[in-house]
Design a protein around this ligand. Structure first.
Ligand code: PEP
Length: 258
């Protein structure tokens, strides 16, 4: 049984006040939910500058924190960048890598995503590696080719054992922030395909690797998506900015894990 993960990506939103309020409200709801809340992994990924207030707000709660990105270099003359050691120092246990906004807006390549994955693992951060096709690629029937290329870039550059410690997040780009969601069947099909690609390299790692779905997941569709065999949680953007919605998605995962 793979432990479900519900991770929130705040993107470039929030403030220290919002971090305190949202994490405080979420902690209260999780405490009320009781011990079963410990059966899933819950992660919030604020902008790096808010990791410290988030760390303070989640102390003693089942919530853990992650960054939205790290630099692949460990330190040095990289103005504006954030090193893995810095997010660890601020309390993070996870980091997103290769989010589609990083790939499309900031030009991150498969090789950079692989390098960031290696850096994260070297710092004991669990990378949540984002992959997924654009609308154009889906319409051209290239979904499997794209996710295969993105997964193989990790396997070839980092080694299959990296996927023993990492998490994958399948995020169809056309579903991110658009209100469009992959149907549970569409998502399951791609998740199963991704697991098959891992299995071709190592069946035990494929069986254990958690693959999250991301793309307009919300309270109304979370249960159906999370019920799919190969969907092991969610990466949530918009709905993670509201403690009621984010908790409702956590509650759906807690129920699945029971
Ligand atoms: C995301 O940013 O990773 C995401 C899935 O966003 P949203 O839930 O808003 O589609």
């Amino acid at each position: 049984m793979r432990t479900p993960v519900i991770a929130g990506n705040w993107k470039m939103n929030g403030s220290s006040e919002m971090a305190r309020d949202l994490c405080g409200q979420l902690t209260d709801k999780l405490i009320q939910a009781g011990e079963t809340a410990r059966n899933i992994d819950i992660v919030v990924c604020p902008p790096a500058i808010l990791l410290h207030p988030v760390s303070d707000a989640i102390a003693g709660s089942p919530i853990q924190s992650g960054s939205q990105d790290i630099d692949q270099n460990t330190s040095g003359a990289y103005t504006g960048q954030t090193a893995a050691s810095m997010v660890v120092d601020a309390g993070a246990k996870y980091t997103l890598v290769g989010h589609s906004e990083r790939r499309t807006i900031f030009g991150e390549t498969d090789e950079m995503v692989a390098a960031k994955t290696t850096t994260a693992l070297e710092h004991n951060l669990t990378p949540i590696i984002c992959i997924g096709e654009t609308q154009q690629e889906r319409e051209a029937d290239q979904t499997e080719d794209v996710v295969k290329r993105q997964v193989l870039a990790i396997v070839e550059n980092c080694g299959i054992s990296a996927l023993h410690h990492a998490i994958l997040a399948y995020e169809p780009v056309w579903a991110i922030g658009t209100g469009l969601t992959a149907s549970p069947e569409q998502a399951q099909q791609v998740h199963q395909f991704i697991r098959q690609q891992l299995a071709a390299n190592d069946s035990a790692i494929a069986e254990g690797c958690r693959i999250l779905y991301g793309g307009s997941m919300k309270p109304e569709n979370a249960s159906d998506l999370l019920a799919q065999d190969d969907i092991d949680g969610g990466l949530i953007g918009g709905a993670s900015l509201n403690s009621t919605d984010f908790f409702a998605i956590c509650a759906a995962a807690i129920q699945q894990a029971a």
